[in-house]
Design a binder for this molecule. Structure first.
Ligand SMILES: [Zn+2]
Length: 123
């Protein structure tokens, strides 16, 4: 019984969503650590080379504290190594704010660095 189900099994869109590993592995950008492709999985955005270890987790405090949900578009922008302008939200202060975030990697550890746009007319 079971073997006939498996033999006739054709993946459709619904099963692909249940098994994210079967999704096509689209490269989101170049890994800052080893230069290979960065791909998305259910937990985050990782280097296709497991030995490399580069990863940005979706549930990372860095993002959740700012009310952000990192998506493929944001990761692609961060992987360019340029500052990315983000609209963040602070729960503590219940306020929205704008920040620039830049991804750096020293070969062992990646870091997301924030900077804030200068306010015009105030020195
Ligand atoms: Zn890598």
């Amino acid at each position: 019984m079971l073997s006939s189900i498996i033999a006739n099994y054709v993946p459709d869109d619904a099963t692909r969503m249940l098994f994210p590993s079967q999704r096509s592995r689209v490269s989101l950008g170049t890994c800052p650590r080893c230069g290979k492709n960065v791909i998305e999985n259910s937990k985050g955005f990782v280097c296709e080379d497991r030995g490399c270890g580069f990863a940005i987790w979706k549930a990372s405090h860095f993002f959740t504290k700012k009310g952000l949900q990192p998506d493929a578009e944001l990761i692609t922008a961060l992987l360019t190594g340029k500052p990315v302008r983000l609209r963040c939200h602070s729960d503590e202060k219940d306020k929205d704010y704008t920040a620039y975030v830049r991804l750096t990697d020293d070969g062992n550890k990646s870091e997301l660095r924030m900077s804030f746009p200068r306010k015009k007319g105030r020195r």
